[in-house]
Design a protein around this ligand. Sequence first.
Ligand code: MV4
Length: 514
Amino acid sequence: MFKKILIANRGEIAVRIVRACHELGVRAIAVYSDVDRAALHVRLADEAYPIGPAPSTESYLVIEKILGVARYAGCDAIHPGYGFLAENPALARACAGTGITFIGPSAEAMEQLGSKTAARRIAREVGAPTVPGTLDPIQDIGELTEAARKIGFPIILKAVAGGGGKGMRSVERESDLAPGWRDAASEAQNAFGDGRVYLEKYLERPRHIEIQILADQHGHTVYLGERECSVQRRHQKVIEEAPSPFMTPPLRQAMGEAAVKLARAGNYTNAGTVEFLVDAQRNFYFLEMNTRLQVEHPVTETVTSLDLVKLQLHIASGESLPFAQEDVALRGHAIECRIYAEDPDNNFFPSPGKILERTVPTGPGIRLDDGIYGGWTVPNEYDPMLGKLIAWGQDRPEAIARMRRALGEYYASGIKTNVSLFRRILASHDFESGAIYTRWLDDFLRDSPEPADAAGDGESQTGAHAKAVLVAALLWHRSQQRAQNGDSIPAQPHAESRWRPESRREQVSREPER
Ligand code: MV4
C-alpha cells in the first residue's frame, strides 16, 4: 500500500479520499488554491500545499504544480477525484514517467474508452448494443439526409467531442435537418472547439442507467450493479439511486456483462462507469464511459457494502480484487441528493457565501458526504456542490422515508440551498412510483412550479416558521395563564393540534430562539 497520497482535488470528494487514506494508514496530502486555504479538505489532511490563485486553470488544473507538490512532499500516488484532471490522460501519462502512481486507468485506456466515438466503436466490436446511428462525423447534408431516412425520425445530432448535452439537437422531420445540424455544429464548435457532429436514433423518454465496474491489474473485472440517474436538470444529475426501480435481474446481468466486456476490450483498470440509455421495453444502449470515480459512487457503496475509494487504492497498488463477481450482493436501497448552494427562487442560480449556522442530518441509514463547515465561506470560483446526502433503507420506500426525514433535519443559514427541490421531488407521486425518465425533472419543474413562499431553506421561510413557532408559544403561554386563573381554556393543547409537532420539527431543523 502507498505511504503518502496527493489528492488533486477539493471539496467533498477530497474529504472522501482523505477518509479512505486514513482508514488504510496512508498519509493524505491536500493541495489548495488561495480561496481554499481554510477548506475542510485542507483541515482534515495531514499536510497541505498552496498551488496558486482561485481560477482552476491556475491551480487545480495545472499538472506541473500538482506533480511538483507530489515530488516535494514525497508522495507515491495521486488520486484525481472527479472533475479537474480526473479524465485528463496527460496527468496519467506524466505520472507514468515519474514513478508516482496515478490512481485510475492508464492514459491509453482513458483515451480509448473516454472518447465517445472510439468507445462506440469498441462497443460495436464486443457486441455491446449502441444506439443505431453513424460512427463517423457528418460530411454534408446529402449524407445526413440519407442516414436520417435510413434510421427513421426522430433522430438526434450529437457533438463528437460532446458531453453535458452541449452540441445536441433532436430533429423530428427532414426539413429541420439542415438548421439542426447548423445549430448543433456551432454550439459544439463554441463549447469544444470541434464542430463535428454525428447522428443517432432519438430515443423517447429513455432512462439513464449506469453500471459501476472495478478492474484490477490481473485481469479481474467485475460489475457492482447499476445506478439510476434519470433525475437530472439541464443534464446535471440531481438524484441518483441504487438499484434502479426499473431494473430486473436479467437486465442487470446483461448490462453488467456488456459493461465488463467493454472495459476488458479497452484494457481498463480501476473504477469506471459505463453509461446506458434504457428504453421503455428495457432495450439498453451504450452511451459513453466515464473513466473516473463518480460523484454518485456512495449509492453503490451503500448497497454493496464496499468502499470504492479504498478498493481504488488497493487496485492501484497492484493488489488483486478481494472478491469475485458471484460474491457481489446487493442489499436494500440507497438514494443520493446532491446538495448545492443554489437559489431555488432564482432559477437555481449559484448562491455561494458564508455559512452562518448549520445542523447536519444523522440517524439510522443516513450518510452525509460533504466538504463544508459552519463559518466557512463557499467560494464562488467552483462548482457550488456542498455535498451529498445519502439515505439507505431495507427497501425503496424506507430509503425515501429516511431521505425525507433527513432533508427535514438539513439546515444551513447564510447561503441558499436546493434542499427544497428535493423535498418537492420526494413528495411527488412520479418519484415515489419510480416513473422517472431523463427529461422528467424538466417536465416536473415546468408543470408544477415551486409555490412562491415554499422555498425550503430560504431565509424568508425560516423567518416565517420562526414567527409561527413564536405565535404558537405565545398562545400556549396565554392558555396556561388563563388555566391558572381558573379559565375554561384547556391546559393541554388539543390532541389534533398541528402546532406541537410543527414546533418540535422546527426545533431540530431551525435556529434556536434567542
Ligand atoms: C440521447 C437521448 C435520446 N436518444 N440519445 C443527454 C446527455 C448525453 N450524455 C446523452 N443525452 C441524451 N442522449 C439518444 N439517442 C436523450 C438524452 C438526454 C438525456 C440523457 C441522459 C440524462 C438526461 C438527458 C436529458 C435529455 C436528453
